[in-house]
Design a protein around this ligand. Sequence first.
Ligand code: URA
Length: 235
Amino acid sequence: MRVNGQVARLGARAEPDSDTVDVDGVGIGVAPSLRYYLLHKPTGVVSTADDPQGRPTVVSLVPSDQRVFPVGRLDLDTEGLLLLTNNGPLTHQLTHPSHGVEKEYMVWVEGSPARGTLRILRQGVELDDGVTAPARVALVAPDLLRLVIHEGRNRQVRRMCEAVGHPVRRLVRIRIGPLSDRKLKPGQWRELTVAEVRELEQAAAAGLCCRRRTGVGRWPPHEPITAAGGNACRS
Ligand code: URA
């Protein structure tokens, strides 16, 4: 058992309103002061808590009764799901490279990637900070990829696509581990349910995320995307 990420000794105490308690990485109860917001970040909004240039921040789009921070980042010109929380230990787990929580993106690119290009994206792309880990990639439309990665390098999807000759025109994140929500429109947010918080904690602890629910190697992990997202995946 751990309190605030530290292994608890016999007789350790925890403050239910402010401390996080977990057994094998899975939390017990949701402390009332902990906040978990799932935001659909629009383009033009920065993923930091403050911006010296005075641009709108993701933090300014969610309630301010408790100070929350974004878990990872989306580029200024990237849209889609971003988690904001004041749960520091969970943030640390989710952003730690070794935990590898999956992130899924819809990627509109220039041109139409060939089968060989998809293979390179799947196997790993040589970038200036090293080869990327294997990704899951499906071509949804001639210029639209659905891509799942579990690393969180700076501008990784853009750099991967650029490296294989297909610069990104539009990038939307549609899933973070077990979290997705097609109903959330740009600028909208909602609180996570208790069940979602549990799932997220389990995903972060296991570092496997969603594979438990979807089965290793099964693709696509969710139902076919429609309307703006195109049609069913085909690899
Ligand atoms: N990859 C990118 O290139 N940009 C993002 O915002 C997220 C992932």
